[in-house]
Design a protein around this ligand. Sequence first.
Ligand code: SF4
Length: 638
Amino acid sequence: MRILLVTPPMIQLNTPYPATAYLTGFLRQHAQELALDVSQADASILLFLRLFSAPLVSRMADVLRARAKAAGKRATVPPAIAHFLAHADRYAETVEPAIRFLQRRDPSLAFRIVGRAFLPEGPRFAQALDDQIHAAFGALGTTEQARYLASLFVDDLADVWRDGIDPRFELARYGEKLAASSASFDPLHDALTGEPTLVDESLDEITRELLAERKPDVVAITVPFPGNVYGAFRMARTIRAENPKATLILGGGWVNTELRSLRDARVFYYFDYVTLDDGERPLLNLLTRLAGRDAKLLRTYVRKSGKVVLETDPTQHDIPQKDAGIPTYDGLPLDKYVSVMEMLNPMHRFWSDGRWNKITLAHGCYWKKCSFCDVSLDYIGRYDEPSTELILRRIKALIAETGETGFHLVDEAAPPSAMRALAKRLVAEKLSITWWGNIRFEKTFTPELCRLLAESGCVAVSGGLEVASDRLLELMKKGVTVEQVARVTRAFTDAGIMVHAYLMYGFPTETEQDTVDALERVRQLFAAGCIQSAYWHRFSATAHSPIGLNPDAFGIELQPPPDIQFAHNDVAFHDPTGTDHDYLGSGLRKALYNYMHGIGLDADVREWFEPRTNGGRKIVRVPRTKVPANLIETFLEQ
Ligand code: SF4
């Protein structure tokens, strides 16, 4: 039986998403007993490379020219499209060299790109200011500067694909709005049965090519995020049409969080089975059954008499980490991934630049208490830490397979004890790797541990500071204080490890004063060199978090959709505190963007918020911060 595991578009471009690599490694352990031939494909990178090729860029130009002609001279054309049409031939000539360069396959092209006469420069280049570029790259950083410019070129073209051809298309997501917390399947169904765009046609073509090449009996598609759902269903639709006998299975992170209330049987026009939570056991049992043997199903939706039924046998259990096997990237085009750099901030590059082997120190989160997090779900709530020995075996196997020594720990929050144990072994064995990952900023990370981690190859960490307010950190059960975060992040920075902080605003009961004060603390953390990068997320109440399960305890009232047939995760809510978080959000984002470029760190935080009126003419400003100007400095001195 041939099984093909697929990552659908769109997702990060620089490295494969790990789900199919983990599952391929696991299923190959059972290849002999079930006569399985397991392969994997990344349709996301395939679609990107197809759309960013000379023939497709030329086809896009033809479509847009014909449309512009039909619309007449008076029609307004978005700037990205106008610029593209004026230089379409040049875009088609340069797109493949630029992509090759971003794949690190043609480094000498950097000299032409930085000359600024090779690539057409559309609206995105407005942000490429000469003095900022010089400050970031100096006179000799030619390759990096060229990577930045080529990334802006890719962004310009992506804008044309989105604005001109398919409004659902973005570089890291496709049709996201059709799926995220959509209680009804209708929008997705309508899009799938509507007129195909050039992006759709390209994906259909890629799907047919994969079918012709791999001839699968079973296709399992993983959907990590809402931005992969449309691509997954689109691929399933083509597979059904081309090979009605193939069995189609849907699973992945988005399914695990959002399809727990699935009732719409139309999903089964596209898929035969939908599995929840870790895929190893449900897939293994399903494949055993498809191989004609007796097997119970675990957390698997099926359609029975036109209804969606969850089949799960209580005697079945998940595969422990120790038996999950060694991930493998075999079959993925590792030399085709594209490293982009869209921001002049060194930490931001970790997410989009470089090929990282993915590894997990433990399944789930050892803390599992944060009130906004999906702690009731398996991927957070079930903690399972394999031995350091096994982690090392996986690391060595991935280096041997890929020839690359960069590792991204994809843990929800890597356990400090496991990090210490791994670091000690890496140092003792003189195994030279470069690694980074997500942690909790807890006090276990002493300066001594941070130095050990750096010595073992750790170059960056990210972690949640969330609301940067001790009152709200306690309410959300984060288990850290601002003081602790200041000390820990400083210890990392002093050890030469870069730090990114996840921030949150709009938490229940958060006032305008709380938000302004949080920004002041964040400003001081940047100014003191504790953090180098950060991102503000807007709080959302999710169905499976303690807040979603017990909103009264947090003073909010949930407003769930009346009839959930399809996806369900983010839940609308009413917070009587009444803070205007939409207004505050834009000021927070502006401040952070500047802080990450080292700008405005001395300015009063109120300056980032636009003046507004209170209905009449009176200008109302955000309140002055109540945080002492030397708060973080004092914490660090103590
Ligand atoms: S937010 Fe992070 S630290 Fe908190 S429970 Fe979730 S995974 Fe764990």
